[in-house]
Design a protein around this ligand. Structure first.
Ligand code: BGC
Length: 772
């Protein structure tokens, strides 16, 4: 855990240059707008530790799979989020000497990510080896108004000399992914064009043939006046620049404004890319930096108006939640149904792909409650469109008859994960996709989704589960062998309780959903039966047989569900007894030692209890929580939020808060020692859940909202906004009251502390805390 960032409610601030943490800071201070994003790399040359990263949404490369021992069923490639052209680059030289913070003395360094207005700022004084000293201030942003535009204001003032400043703004598409399997570059050059004050590179991805045009244009000022510079265009392979000298005086500020654009063939015809990029750049230059920045601030203000969570009395917690909401809004805007939410968003390369079960299990609730319902629906339809690929994926593994296995990692519906214990065995992901349909309908009430899209996905997944179990003579039950549960620190186990539970839940839900469509829309039901070739008696009968006869590992003496068969055979040690130097286990222990140990990476049994809590009484939940949490190392970012919500449900407010802080500040404090690879974007939605579902106790039951809030010690209040079936509500919890404001033109009936309350249109209600 590292605590080098300054606590501030609206900004993330680094005071003093922490070169040793630079790659972490680069991840945390990343900028994005749903279409593109980049790490907080420096504009000028930096030869110290850095991971240069620019990413364009939807543009990927299928890197040929590299494994030691090929297994039938492995995917041919691993789809990688592509590191794309560097558009921020500005080389700086003073009388021929390069400004490079790795090689000079740096003082008064300050980096700020301003979340309220959406910009990144960096200021420092540098003393070059020659003794020349200068003040540099740079500010940049990726526009959330003009989605293809980025802009930089780069200012330099000599402090103890006058001389010649050489600026070389550039675009460099000669980029390599740090995680390239065969050390190969993924971009080919299509064309480039350099003129004195502007330039463009069009590059094409190998194999997938995406085109991306990246352009730049710049304006220079001194004493606030635009200066005409004599710049020389430079062209190299996949690289353009303009270089110019300008005389600078001691104490005089020179500013370079750089306007850049990234346009991809996902959104423009290839033949128009260059011309359209020029248009976008010209429009941005005409607006100018200050106007673009004002528009950016206004657009962020509107986003915050909808999705902010305000915590009074705890700046650390406030900064944490705003950072999470900020990064989520930077990653996915929901407007483009082809896109999804990558675990690292635009902040790093690790994990490739864009879509994991994280989307359904963690992100969906955030978008359901904070965005237009169409956005959550788009996330579901994304999977509907991949159904055929999921069926083919299951066929590769030997399943038949329309059984569907959705991929663990995907860009286009095809599986691209290639570790057998995850690709073939971590099949619980299929359940999360079924559960998301239920979650969406429960929240929005839009049950027409079932007949339109949902049933087909549910039937495909149910067919998979029905084939994946087998009858055990010995147990006289169905069993599910050779699986990996959410806890990836166990592989190839039998009867993982979570997977078996979500499998039979899916079968039950599918049967109910079919019945619902049959009753409400018999014509559509018949169409679906014939389209899916569904044998009502035989196939649905077998699903019911599996539901009625499934084996679940349990220990009756301890009164707990067992994570898998034989879990109690493990040496029962606890996390609190682990030496600090052994953590995180995944960086310190051999894989063999991890697998045999009792230690749990992330919620597994508890994930199931979280999803299906209404099935269990509080004592059952407590016994399982008390057993599993002390064995959990939370080395997946997805873990603390679930534990926070369960601790809140069990009334353990202290632990709920502790886990909240851990999920909210996971990247800010680098809890798991891995933020340098990128931020944990998908788990950030879990942070939101831990406030709304954990502290706020929000649930949806029988078409109504329920709140059972408490307020963490030390907070004077917190508030959040949610949308629910045409209403916009603000929920504010103070130490004395729960205040609910209904911003809609119609009344709503909801439940606070299990008491029904009707809040009239555009009205507010205040209720005393139950135990106040
Ligand atoms: C977790 C998975 C998760 C993946 C991407 C892994 O470390 O164990 O549950 O899907 O990260 O976030």
């Amino acid at each position: 855990m590292k605590q080098y960032l300054t606590v501030d409610e609206w900004s993330i601030i680094e005071e003093g240059f922490h070169a040793e943490y630079n790659q972490i800071t680069e991840s945390v201070f990343s900028l994005g707008n749903g279409r593109m994003g980049q790490r907080a790399n420096f504009e000028e040359t930096f030869t110290g530790e850095t991971l240069q990263g620019n990413y364009v949404a939807g543009v990927y490369y299928p890197d040929k799979t590299r494994v030691g021992w090929w297994k039938n069923g492995y995917p041919e490639y691993f789809a990688k989020v592509l590191n794309a052209a560097n558009w921020i680059g500005i080389d700086v030289q003073l009388d021929g000497e390069t400004l490079d913070l790795h090689l000079c003395q740096v003082t008064d360094f300050r980096r700020e990510l301003n979340m309220r207005e959406g910009w990144l700022d960096r200021r420092f004084t540098a003393t070059l080896p020659s003794g020349k000293q200068m003040r540099v201030e740079s500010r940049r942003f990726t526009s959330i108004v003009d989605y293809e535009v980025g802009a930089i204001r780069y200012s330099l003032t000599p402090l103890n000399f006058s001389g010649t400043l050489t600026f070389t703004p550039f675009v460099d598409a000669d980029i390599k992914n740090a995680d390239s399997n065969y050390d190969e570059k993924f971009w080919n050059e299509i064309l480039q064009e350099a003129q004195p004050t502007e330039g463009y590179v069009v590059a094409e991805t190998k194999k997938t043939f995406f085109h991306v045009c990246t352009g730049q244009r710049f304006v220079v000022t001194q004493n606030g006046q635009e200066v005409n510079v004599q710049a020389t265009p430079v062209e190299r392979t996949k690289y353009i620049a303009s270089t110019f000298d300008i005389a600078v005086q001691e104490g005089q500020e020179t500013v370079l404004y750089k306007y850049a654009a990234n346009l991809s063939s996902e959104n423009h015809p290839k033949e128009n890319l260059l011309a359209n990029t020029k248009k976008v750049i010209n429009a941005a230059t005409a607006k100018g930096f200050e106007q673009l920045l004002q528009e950016q601030a206004a657009a962020w203000a509107a986003k915050w108006e909808e999705s902010d969570i305000v915590i009074e009395g705890d700046a650390t917690a406030q900064q944490g939640i705003r950072f999470n909401i900020f990064q989520l809004n930077q990653t996915y805007t929901g407007e483009d149904e082809r896109l999804n939410i990558g675990p690292k968003g635009f902040t790093g390369e690790k994990y490739g792909g864009t879509t994991y079960w994280d989307t359904e299990a963690y992100c969906l609730p955030f978008y359901l409650a904070t965005a237009d319902p169409q956005i959550a629906r788009n996330l579901l339809i994304y999977r509907y469109k991949h159904l055929q690929k999921a069926i083919e994926n299951a066929e590769k593994l030997g399943f038949t008859g329309g059984a569907a296995l959705y991929p663990m990692v995907t860009m286009n519906g095809e599986e691209c994960h290639n570790e057998w214990e995850i690709t073939f065995e971590e099949i619980h992901r299929n359940g999360a996709i079924a559960h998301a349909i239920h979650d969406y309908i429960r929240y929005t009430g839009d049950d027409s989704y079932l007949g339109e899209y949902g049933i087909e996905v549910l039937v495909g997944i149910s067919r998979f589960w029905a084939q994946r179990v087998n009858w055990s003579q010995a147990k006289n039950k169905y069993v599910m062998l050779g699986v990996t549960g959410p806890n990836e620190y166990e592989n190839n186990v039998n009867n993982n309780w979570y997977t078996s539970t979500i499998a039979t839940w899916t079968l039950e839900y599918t049967l109910k959903a079919l019945q619902h469509v049959q009753q409400t829309n018999p014509g559509r039901y018949q169409e679906l039966v014939s389209k899916l070739n569904l044998n009502e008696e035989k196939e649905m009968g077998q699903w019911q047989h599996v539901i009625d006869n499934m084996f679940y590992a349990e220990d009756h003496e301890l009164g707990i569900f067992l994570q898998q068969d034989g879990f109690l055979d493990k040496e029962q040690t606890l996390v609190k007894d682990l030496p600090a130097e052994d953590r995180p286990l995944n960086q310190k222990w051999s894989w063999d030692r991890i697998l045999r140990s009792v230690f749990i990476k992330q919620a597994d049994v508890l994930q199931g209890i979280y999803l299906f809590e209404d099935r269990y009484d509080l004592d059952t939940i407590r016994r399982n929580y008390d057993f599993y949490e002390p064995r959990t190392v939370h080395e997946s970012s997805l873990s603390p939020c679930v534990h926070s919500i369960l601790a809140a449900k069990l009334g353990d407010e202290e632990r709920a808060y502790e886990f909240y802080l851990r999920t909210a500040r996971l990247d800010l404090d680098d809890y798991n020692n891995d933020t340098e690879d990128g931020c944990h974007i998908t788990s950030m939605a879990g942070t939101w859940m831990s406030v709304v579902q954990g502290f706020g106790g929000m649930r949806v039951r029988n078409n109504q909202l329920f709140f059972n809030p408490f307020i963490p010690a030390g907070w004077s209040s917190y508030s959040f906004k949610i949308r629910f079936r045409g209403h916009l509500l603000t929920i504010k919890v103070t130490r004395e009251q729960v205040q609910i404001e209904n911003h809609a033109d119609k009344a709503i009936t909801l439940n606070v502390f299990d008491q029904p309350q009707t809040i009239e249109a555009n009205a507010k209600a205040a209720l005393a805390h139950q135990n106040a």
